[in-house]
Design a protein around this ligand. Structure first.
Ligand code: URA
Length: 428
């Protein structure tokens, strides 16, 4: 079959800072998905996009072409509003777990398609799989039935959703081209738009533990995604939130489920509660529900009831004991003073090296592994006091985890205050 365009011409256009036409973009995504553009050609084009960018019209067309590569889901038969949340990923970010059932309490259905962790950021599915019996893979019919009955579902995205992105993301991952704003924005939004949610709240992380290390980049990513969602008819808002220190007191799998259940029981660390409640308020408002009190629904057990039903519907036992790591080691405070820094990236890398995360997609994760924090920035600490507990089934990993943490902790003289704003801005 003769092709409409030549991949090399398209690469040269982007290399020379040109603009791709809608027809060139449609062809590129389609030809790559069916194998008519080779991986090395697509890798070169991705790198040209990373270096030279894309304008809004190109990004919008690129996203539409990725959506068109697969199926689109449709929840209109549910007869209730739908809302979803996407986080760009961070350390200790377990917010999806309490958030999905919390929003469902108020009659808004939450179709939360989630991923697995790669590198130092954890994956929601890996966390939930530490619950005995819980299953991530659901058919579209099972997902619909659960949304109708329970109101919330957290599951893996089916292979039919934006298959172009699946192939492209795997290539970007091994060619140093993940961190391109046009490619991140189109990758995330193609899946969310194809998923068919009516509204979407984006949690765009900023800081050492996030993709976007500085606020200007995070803001550009957030604005790009909000524009893509809005243009596609999805009510979309974004929060910029701090990821310079881990969220909550746990980074791992089972230990993050345990902390999420504490939040659902009306307790848990204040930063996790604050972000969960704020995101719930945003999701509910975006779905047209304005008189809800999500904090109250955490206190009075309504969110926990939905959580229990959501876990059971996917084969899990919400009351079962969670796996516990076989070995632990303590990290102690090196000095007296105020803990002003506890670096998110370092804690994420330590948890990953302990076995909570994977280096390659095929790797398995340890359910019990991770890092438990005993103090957060702002706390007064004394030399010799426990700061963190490292958890693993494979004690030979402790040394590498400790190495990752060598410069993670900053203690300042009494009176110092850490910069701690959790929610930096809102973009709509
Ligand atoms: N998450 C995605 O789904 N895609 C990206 O490109 C980056 C993060």
């Amino acid at each position: 079959m003769s092709e409409q365009f030549d991949a090399v011409d398209i690469i040269r256009t982007k290399r020379d800072r040109g603009t791709l036409s809608p027809a060139q973009i449609d062809w590129t995504i389609d030809a790559y998905t069916r194998g008519a553009i080779a991986d090395e050609q697509m890798a070169a084009l991705n790198m040209a996009i990373l270096l030279n960018g894309m304008d809004r019209t190109e990004i919008s067309r690129w996203t539409a072409a990725m959506i068109a590569s697969g199926e689109r889901m449709d929840f209109s038969a549910l007869g209730k509003p739908t809302s979803d949340k996407h986080s760009t990923g961070g350390v200790g970010d377990k917010i999806t777990l309490p958030l999905a059932p919390l929003v469902a309490v108020f009659g808004v259905a939450v179709p939360q398609l989630s991923g697995r962790g790669l590198g130092h950021t954890g994956g929601t599915l890996d966390k939930l799989e530490s619950i005995p019996g819980w299953r991530a893979q659901l058919s579209n019919d099972e997902m619909m039935a659960q949304l109708a009955g329970v109101g919330a579902v957290i599951c893996a995205a089916g292979a039919g959703l934006a298959p172009a992105d699946r192939k492209l993301y795997a290539l970007r991952d091994v060619t140093g081209t993940v961190e391109a704003i046009p490619l991140i924005a189109s990758s995330i939004m193609s899946k969310k738009i194809a998923e068919g949610t009516g509204s979407l709240v984006l949690d765009v992380k900023v800081g050492s533990g996030a993709f976007m290390k500085d606020e200007a980049q995070a803001r550009e990513l957030a604005e790009t995604m909000v524009a893509l969602g809005t243009d596609a008819g999805v009510k979309t808002v974004a929060l910029l939130t701090n990821m310079s220190t881990p969220l909550g007191l746990t980074a791992g799998n089972a230990i993050e489920v345990e902390e999420s259940v504490e939040v659902l029981a009306g307790g848990g660390p204040e930063d996790v509660v604050e972000l969960t409640v704020r995101l719930a308020e945003e999701m509910l408002a975006a779905a047209g529900v304005h008189d809800a009190d999500p904090r109250q629904a955490l206190q009075d057990g309504r969110a926990m009831d939905v959580w229990n039903r959501m876990i059971e519907a996917q084969g899990g036992d919400p009351r079962a004991e969670l796996p516990v790591a076989r070995e632990s080691e303590t990290v102690y405070a090196p000095a007296d003073g105020v803990l002003v820094g506890l670096d998110a990236l370092a804690v994420g890398v330590a948890a990953w090296r302990l076995g909570a995360g994977r280096a390659r997609k095929e790797d398995s994760v340890q359910a019990g592994a991770g890092v438990r924090l005993h103090a957060k920035p702002g706390a007064m600490v004394r030399a010799g006091e426990p700061l963190m507990t490292l958890l693993t089934d494979t004690p030979e990993k402790f040394d590498r985890a400790r190495e990752a943490l060598e410069t993670a902790v900053v203690i300042a003289p009494e009176g110092a205050r850490p910069a701690q704003q959790l929610i930096i801005d809102r973009i709509a």
